[in-house]
Structure formats: structure tokens, C-alpha cells
Design a protein around this ligand. Structure first.
Ligand code: BES
Ligand code: ZN
Length: 462
């Protein structure tokens, strides 16, 4: 029996409590992909999804092995003559540290003030769970879906999607589709419904500086040998100039200047810069001179230190020259910048800054390409209509600073157009302590997905 999104809304209303309980169960799994100690949890999260996809009525459900954490695949292919959409999300999460800053344990979700708090509550288990429920709603009580769907839920997004491209290439035929919907983004400043049309790429590296074979007495050796921690700081300081530009020769070579149109689009967004600043707790924003905050975030490449350590970290005092010092450094990249080329440039700059008396090593951790997706594609416009129906008001189109490297892979490996559709609020504190998801976004997001499948059934994608 053909159904209408309104029928599914009724089902969603009836199952609200049960769906929330299930979402919380998903959040209890500490599927931290970057920490080897959590490999079994990642597998457990994959199993959770596979079970739920099966129960929802999806077919060919598989926990597919890779060299790393598994990919979960499922499909439903009975809408003859209708488009096939490949849905992507990730079940892995970022590490939860520093744990002492969480008001409740990160994997013991709690609901408060219309939000659910937990690591992964927003990024990306909210979007993934909303997809499960939307499909379940369509298929409940012997229902059918208005389009063909293929699900790909990965477990390594937060650690660089190292094995996904290989899996995509190896499964090219099985993954044939008309469109990919990547659900790992969210809304704009003030919780304005948004469709992301730009994501930055990334290059992640580690910098190791080593000096003496072991820590030395800083009285006996202070002033006579190079201190690796000091050198590390000098190197890091040498990676930006006084204008906030990345001070790496060649870094901007492939970057196209922002067009007048690009700049107008950034300027047109309803952005409260002071609220953005205040939400971070800093007293002044900073960045590359000559660009606005939104341009710096969505349209320009950057270099950041993600962590830095070395030497004595305990309470009290210890007088040593540390044997080594380290930093995790990553660059966000824009169109036409290549992660491996950027790695080579950053490495060369670091080695150029390294003085005699220490050994400096730079290692590549992961990289991913940026992407720009078209606003005027019929599938993007259908997503906009679905958002408008549920949230009221037109979505804004935004270029975000974060990265979802598989977006470029869907285009290059599978040849698919991509729509980025996700529902997390901008103040979700993703990757930080006390991450949260707004429950109304989760509920309305689910309803938007329900409508989107109907809209795509009625939209010629050519
Ligand atoms: N959901 C984010 C990407 C994102 C962030 C989109 C902000 C829009 C706005 C995603 O899960 C993520 O965090 N990706 C990592 C990728 C990296 C580890 C390769 C990121 O951006 O740091
Ligand atoms: Zn993330």
C-alpha cells in the first residue's frame, strides 16, 4: 500500500519514547575509532546498526570487513523505475577526553532541557539513527519505500576513513546509485536549517623532536644542549606569520582566490559574530587577515596544533631537559589543495626550521580531499523543499570548515553527485566535552528524511 509522509509522521509520534530509548542505547557504545582499545566497541556499534537495519526491513545487511573497523551495508531495492540513493553516515566517535570536564560520563547519555548529552550524540549518531528510523517508518506494517536505498555506515570517519576508499572501489558495482546523501553535517548559527555545500579537506601529521637519549638534569646540561621542547615551540611559532597566514612556502599555490560571488554568499548569511565569539569563551577572534570569520572557516585553508606534549607534566616541579617533544598538527584544505602535497610542503618547512642539535621527524597520519557540492542540483533543491516543509523557512547554503573526506570519494570513485544533509545544531560541542544533540532537531530531522525520500521519488535527477 502506497503511503504518504503524513502516515509515517503518525507512526513517529507513536514510537517517540521507544525510538529515544533506542538512540540512547546506541550512544552507550563507546565506538572511538582512533583508540585501538575500543576496536571491540566499534564492532559492537556496527552490529547494533546491522541488527537494526535488519529489523527495519532492509535487505542484504552486512557487516563488511575492512583492514580496520567494519563498514555496515544494507539496501532496499524494490522501487522500480525510481532513483537509487546511497546514504552515508558514521557510527564511530571522537575520543571523550578530557573526561573530568564532562558533567556526566560521556557514554551514559542523559536527557536534559530538550537535549541529549553524550559523545556522538550529535556527530554522527543522531543523523545515523534518524536515517534508521525514517526507513523503519516507511517499512513499518508492510509498507514500502518510495525510492531505492543503499546504506553505507562507516566506522573510521573520525580517524581519517583510512580503509573506506579501498572498500568503495572494491564494491563499485554494488554501490551503483543516482545520488549519495552524506549525513554528517548540521545547521547554521542560531540553529538555522542549512544545507552544507562546501567542506574542507584535511592533512594530519605528527611532529617529533628528539634531543638527548634520555631526559637530562637541567642544571648539569641547561644552556649546553638544545632543548627539544623549546625547538618544538620555535618550529610551531614559525608556521604562521604575523598576518595569521600559514608560513609554509607553496601552501597557497593551488588556492583559488574567493570570487566576488563567494564572498557575497558568505556575507549574506545571518551570522552573529559576537555570539560565535562568546560561545567559545575567547575575548577576541583571530585569523588570516583580509578575510571574514565565515570566509576563514569555510573558504580558506588553515594550520592548527591539535595537541602538544613533552617533558614533565606532573604536579610540582622537576628540573630536566626533556629527551623529546611532540605535536599533532593538521591543516584544513580548500579546493585544489592536495593533502599529500601539503604534507610535503609542511614537512619541508618544519625541517627547514629545525636547528642542529635535535632530530626532527614529521609523519603523515591521514588526509582527505575538500568538496564543493552544487546548490542548483535538483536533489539539493528537493532536500531544501523537505527541510522547508518540516522546519518552516528556507534553508541557508553554507560552506563549513569541517571535513568529511568520503564526500570527494563518492564523486571520484563512484561518480555520484552528493547532497550533504544533516541536522545537528551549531552549538552541539562536537569533539568537545558535553557534546549534545537537540531532540527537536533529531525528531524533525527524521521527518525531513521521510519527506526527502518522497521528494526524490518525484524529482527527475537528470
Ligand atoms: N561531522 C564532522 C564534519 C563536520 C564538522 C561537518 C563541522 C560540518 C561542520 C565529521 O564527523 C568530522 O568531525 N570529521 C573530521 C574528519 C577528519 C578526522 C578526517 C573532522 O572534520 O575533523
Ligand atoms: Zn566529527
Amino acid at each position: 500500500m502506497a503511503r504518504h509522509p503524513a502516515d509515517i509522521d503518525a507512526w513517529l509520534d507513536e514510537t517517540r519514547e521507544e525510538r529515544l530509548a533506542d538512540y540512547l542505547e546506541f550512544l552507550r557504545i563507546p565506538s572511538i575509532s582512533t583508540l585501538p582499545a575500543h576496536a571491540a566497541d566499534c564492532r559492537r556499534a556496527a552490529g547494533f546498526l546491522a541488527d537494526h537495519l535488519r529489523q527495519a526491513g532492509l535487505e542484504h545487511v552486512e557487516v563488511a570487513e575492512t583492514e580496520g573497523h567494519p563498514v555496515v551495508y544494507a539496501d532496499w531495492l524494490h522501487a522500480e523505475g525510481r532513483p537509487t540513493v546511497l546514504v552515508y553516515g558514521h557510527y564511530d566517535v571522537q575520543p571523550a577526553d578530557p573526561l573530568d570536564l564532562w558533567e556526566k560520563p560521556p557514554f551514559d547519555p542523559r536527557v536534559e532541557g530538550g537535549r541529549v548529552y553524550a559523545r556522538g550524540a550529535a556527530d554522527d549518531k543522531s543523523n545515523v539513527h534518524a536515517h534508521l528510523q525514517a526507513a523503519r517508518g516507511w517499512l513499518a506494517d508492510g509498507g514500502t519505500l518510495p525510492i531505492n536505498l543503499k546504506y553505507v555506515f562507516e566506522g573510521e570517519e573520525e580517524s581519517g576513513s583510512e580503509h573506506l576508499d579501498h572498500w568503495l572501489s572494491a564494491n563499485r558495482e554494488r554501490l551503483a546509485a543516482d545520488l549519495a546523501v552524506v549525513s554528517d553535517t548540521g545547521f547554521f548559527d542560531g540553529n538555522v536549517p542549512a544545507i552544507t555545500v562546501g567542506l574542507r579537506g584535511i592533512m594530519y601529521a605528527q611532529l617529533n623532536v628528539s634531543g638527548p637519549t634520555v631526559d637530562l638534569h637541567s642544571g648539569g646540561y641547561g644552556g649546553t644542549v638544545r632543548n627539544p621542547a623549546t625547538v618544538l615551540c620555535e618550529i610551531v611559532a614559525g608556521l604562521h606569520d604575523a598576518e595569521g597566514r600559514v608560513n609554509v612556502p607553496g601552501f597557497y599555490d593551488d588556492v583559488r582566490p574567493l570570487s566576488v560571488r563567494d564572498r557575497e554568499e558568505f556575507a549574506r548569511l545571518p551570522f552573529d559574530e559576537d555570539a560565535y565569539r562568546a560561545s567559545t569563551g575567547v575575548d577576541a577572534l583571530w585569523g588570516e587577515s583580509g578575510f571574514t570569520t565565515l570566509e576563514r572557516r569555510g573558504g580558506r585553508p588553515t594550520l592548527e596544533v591539535n595537541g602538544i606534549w613533552g617533558g614533565f607534566q606532573g604536579e610540582g616541579a622537576k628540573t630536566i631537559i626533556p629527551a623529546h617533544a611532540h605535536a599533532k598538527v593538521s591543516c584544513r584544505l580548500v579546493r585544489d589543495q592536495d593533502p599529500e602535497r601539503i604534507f610535503a610542503l609542511v614537512r619541508d618547512r618544519i625541517l627547514q626550521l629545525a636547528p642542529a642539535g635535535v632530530r626532527v621527524e614529521v609523519t603523515y597520519i591521514h588526509g582527505g580531499l575538500p568538496s564543493l557540492t552544487p546548490i542548483d542540483h535538483p536533489a539539493t533543491q528537493a532536500a531544501a523543499r523537505s527541510l522547508r516543509e518540516v522546519f518552516g523557512g528556507d534553508p541557508v547554503y553554507i560552506r563549513e570548515g569541517g571535513s568529511v573526506p568520503v564526500t570527494a570519494s563518492f564523486e571520484s570513485i563512484l561518480g555520484l553527485p552528493v547532497v550533504l544533509l544533516g541536522f545537528t545544531p551549531p552549538d552541539d560541542r562536537a569533539h568537545a566535552p558535553n557534546e549534545s544533540m537537540r531532540l527537536d532537531n533529531y525528531e524533525q530531522g527524521t521527518r525531513t528524511i521521510v519527506r526527502y525520500w518522497q521528494a526524490l521519488a518525484e524529482t527527475p535527477l537528470e
